[in-house]
Write a new protein. Structure first.
Length: 78
């Protein structure tokens, strides 16, 4: 990695008070809440989809893991 990436000098050290004051920034809080909402939505959708595929599609849970890890599920059996 050292051959490819340039060496970066460390920036100025922020005080603990300055780091904590970031929590008062409304844009930071909005980004944090949006990230939490998106993660929750993705996790919830996958959980719902997995259960639906197990029940109605007759797909075993182990096959769902294989489908999730496969780069292209359409070519998995070939």
């Amino acid at each position: 990695m050292r051959k490819v990436m340039p060496e970066l000098l460390p920036g100025p050290q922020e005080s603990l008070k300055a780091q904590i004051s970031t929590l008062a920034n409304r844009f930071f809080l909005a980004n944090l809440l949006l990230s939490l909402a998106v993660f929750t939505a993705i996790f919830g959708a996958y959980t719902y989809l997995a259960d639906m595929l197990e029940r109605s599609g007759g797909i075993a849970p182990a096959e769902l893991v294989d489908l999730a890890q496969s780069p292209c599920p359409a070519v998995q059996g070939q």
